[in-house]
Design a protein. Structure first.
Length: 81
C-alpha cells in the first residue's frame, strides 16, 4: 500500500453479485479510517482494514445492495453508523 506521506489512502472494492462499490478511506498518519457502503463480502472488507481503527461506517443509502455486510463489519470493528 504505497502512499505519499500525509495523503489519505482510498480503496475501492467491487463487492457482491452487483459489484457494488465499497470505499475505504485510511489516514496514514493516524491509522484511522472509514468504510462507505459495506455492501457484501464482509471478510474481504475487514481484511482491507486490518491494522486500521475504523472510526465510522457510512451509508450512501439503505438499499439492500449497499448494506449486506453492515452487521458483520459493524460488529467486528465496533464503529458507529
Amino acid at each position: 500500500m504505497g502512499n505519499a506521506k500525509g495523503r489519505v489512502e482510498l480503496v475501492k472494492l467491487a463487492v457482491g453479485p452487483y459489484d457494488t462499490n465499497c470505499y475505504i478511506l485510511i489516514c496514514p498518519t493516524s491509522g484511522e479510517g472509514i468504510i462507505v457502503d459495506p455492501a457484501a463480502e464482509g471478510e474481504r472488507i475487514l481484511r482491507q482494514v486490518e491494522g486500521t481503527t475504523v472510526k465510522y461506517i457510512l451509508l450512501t443509502h439503505a438499499h439492500p445492495d449497499h448494506v449486506g455486510a453492515l452487521a458483520e463489519v459493524r460488529e467486528t470493528t465496533g464503529a458507529p453508523l
